[in-house]
Each structure stands twice: as C-alpha cells, then as structure tokens.
Write a protein that binds this ligand. Structure first.
Ligand code: PMP
Length: 293
C-alpha cells in the first residue's frame, strides 16, 4: 500500500504527490529540508528539528508560509494518516514553482512536502560490528560559499563524497574541512574518544549542527564523560580508541576502520555502548506524542 503524503496543504496518495518541473527545488536545489524520527509514538526532538528548519529558511531568505506550530501538526498528522509510531519523516520546503531563471522573486511561494515512512539506513550487522569509512578528497563546502549549517536541498557536496567512498569500496565518507581537519560524514556527525575525552568538531569547522550530535553531547555530559568540541586531524582519528557517527537516519553507529586503520580494538567500544543505551532510553521520553488525543 502506498503512502499518504502531505503536499501544499493537502494529504494525497503518493502517486498524486507531484511537484512542478519548474519548481526551483528541482531546477536548482533551492530549498531546505529536515530528516526527523519518531520512536515509540513520539517525534524525537521535533522542536529542535523545526528550529533548524526555520533557521535554514531564514538564512536562505525563504518564507515557509506556515507557523512552526502548523508545521508540527503537519508532521504529526502525516504519521497518523500513515498509522506510524516508529518512522522516518522527511520535510522538504522548496522555493516553489518559478521560471527558468534563478531569480527567487519569480517563484510563486514555497512548496511544502512531508513524507512519513519506514527506513533502515545501514544493515543491522554494521551496528554490531562497526562501519568501514574513508576520508575523501572532496572537501566539505566552504562555509563562506554555502554554510553547512543550512540544511539545504543542495547535497551535491555530500553525494560526491559518497560516490568517492563507494567507488573505494566502503559505505561512508568522512569529509575534511578546507584546512584538512575532520568535518563530518555525508549525512552524519563524527565523534572520537581519545585520551579519555569525547571529541567532536566545533560548528566553526563548517558542519551541520546535528540534532543527534547535540543530544549525544548532552547525554555524555550527564554521564560525566569529558566532552569537547574541538578540531582534530586524521592522525587523531586513526589513533582514537573509539569512533562513531551520529545522525537522525543513522542514529549512533560505530566505526571500526578508517582508511584501512583499525580503530581501537576494531569493535564497538564501551563509551559508544554506554551512549547508545542512554540514547535509546531518551527516545522513549522525548518529543510530542503522535496519538495523544
Ligand atoms: N551532517 C549532515 C551533512 C547531515 O545531512 C546530517 C543529517 N541531518 C547530520 C550531519 C546529522 O544531523 P542530525 O543528527 O540532525 O540528523
């Protein structure tokens, strides 16, 4: 059975959820999006995701046309219409239908899409054994050109990195900053545990401010783990005791090998396991309930 999709004010069967070929999201990647998860009948960190969506919109000078409250209802209703309690939600807001020129003033108003579905990003065995990843030649977008804090529809930078890693035979890529420091994965943030400190690159490195990243920082802090937002190099990564990636779709996933170097003992480490446990518990209690009425 097909999904029910929210499209510009209406819920329609997926075959009818169509957007114009003149939509600037399609023509130019002109728009923004969010990836959100629902766990056990609650939408995890929905407020944080909507905050980032509206901040991205502000940054690219896009008027969404719905309030955050209305957008929250779109998300919850999409889950209800599809009878979902555990799901992945994709919110897309593009500049809307325009002409063949770039000028956003010629667009008729934002196109808004919400898809609620079930997905599994990586194989279960990868969560148990860890991922093999590769640092790639393509650098993360320079923040002065397109700030990675904007969750824009233009993911070519990330896709080019993904292509590079897949062609090299590993599933995920780690991108470096313009200066050669470790930045992030193609759709996930990165953490290392080294010399008893949990380290993740700072926002100033030019990365997406991941909701999962922020959650892990907070949970680590509560557990009394020494956590720092600090630049680190490939050398730090290769010689770390543990490494893992975080993202809404990926959740928390351990890394066992980077560029052919085995990380720590080559299996998910104790800090990762502890954080995963508290993260999973946190998903039970955080976010608005879908079926509260
Ligand atoms: N970095 C990039 C480039 C991403 O696309 C994502 C996925 N949204 C993340 C990091 C992780 O962010 P979050 O934890 O908010 O999903």
């Amino acid at each position: 059975m097909g999904l029910i999709i929210y499209l510009n004010g209406a819920f329609v069967p997926e075959e009818e959820a169509k957007v114009s070929v003149f939509d600037h999201g399609f023509l130019y990647g002109d728009g923004i999006f969010e990836g959100i998860r629902a766990y056990h009948g609650r939408v995890f960190k929905l407020e944080e995701h909507l905050k980032r969506l509206y901040e991205s919109a502000k940054s690219i000078n896009l008027s969404i046309g719905l309030t955050k409250q209305e957008m929250q209802e779109v998300v919850l209703e999409s889950l209800r219409r599809n009878g979902l309690k555990d799901a992945y939600i994709r919110l897309v807001v593009s500049r809307g239908k325009g002409d063949l020129g770039l000028n956003p003033d010629n667009c008729s108003g934002a196109s808004i899409v919400c898809i609620a579905a079930q997905i599994k990003l990586f194989e279960e065995s990868m969560y148990e054994q860890g991922l093999d990843v590769k640092t790639v030649a393509i650098r993360r977008n320079n923040p002065d050109s397109l700030n990675p804090r904007i969750k824009s529809l233009n993911y070519l930078n990330n896709i080019m990195a993904k292509i590079e890693s897949i062609q090299a035979g590993v599933i995920e890529a780690i991108m470096l900053t313009q200066d050669g420091y470790v930045a992030e994965g193609t759709a996930d943030n990165i953490f290392i545990y080294r010399n008893n400190v949990l380290i993740t690159p700072p926002l100033s490195a030019g990365i997406l401010e991941g909701v999962t990243r922020n959650t892990v920082i907070q949970l680590a802090d509560e557990l009394g783990i020494n956590v720092k937002e600090e630049l680190f190099t490939r050398h730090d990564l290769y010689t770390a005791d543990e490494c893992f990636l975080t993202g809404t779709a990926a959740e928390l996933i351990p890394v066992r090998n980077v560029d052919g170097r085995v990380i720590g003992a080559g299996v998910p480490g104790p800090v990762f396991k502890q954080l995963l446990e508290v993260f999973r518990a946190h998903t039970h209690v955080n976010g608005p309930e879908i079926y509260s009425m």
